[in-house]
Design a protein around this ligand. Sequence first.
Ligand SMILES: [Zn+2]
Length: 227
Amino acid sequence: MVRAVAATAPCQAASAVAGVRLDLEARILASIFAWRKEAIARDFWPAPQEIRAQREEVRQEAVEWWSTRLEHPSAGVRTIEAIRPVLQQWLDREHGVLTFRLVQILSGHGCFGSYLYKIARREPTPVCHACGAGEDTAQHTLAECPTWEAERQEVIAQVGPDLSLPVVVRAMVASKEGWEALLSFSEHVLNEKEAAEREREAQAEAPPMRRRRTGRRRAAHERNLPP
Ligand SMILES: [Zn+2]
């Protein structure tokens, strides 16, 4: 898959791969550091083989994360292009843990209409279920969707009004408060979006009796679907 990317977009692939190696190492170190700190706080001093096992587990997760990015380089490049101008600070930072949901906001791979439609192929359109906009992306969620206006204000208080990804990433590495603002936004908003997605899935899987209540238009649409 990486080779196929290189054939179509050599510059993108080269910068992606350079970013991957650095990001992998950064993720592993940050994650191990946080894990050890937490273990020691609980008065558990991990043995070297336990640290190695943990490190391997984190590495596997990070490799999987990047494999997905490279299969769809446009999403990976958006992230890398934002991180690259502050790469040294990104690697040297002493704050800031990458959580699953924060990575979704940074990468665009996650509970966003556009991703669910184009890549995961779990939805029939890229529409934003929160506000009805035609296309829901990580950037729409972060900077535009009116549903998250209150949560966004806390990000703006730390980052400023420009919520383009490079500006946001710069603010994240510049201060713990900047990082925490994005972390908190991601956790809260993605948690709600995931809950709404589960609800939609449950509706779709509900038995016909229940589905009938969702409205005549949907029922008519479903009658037209092939068996
Ligand atoms: Zn929206």
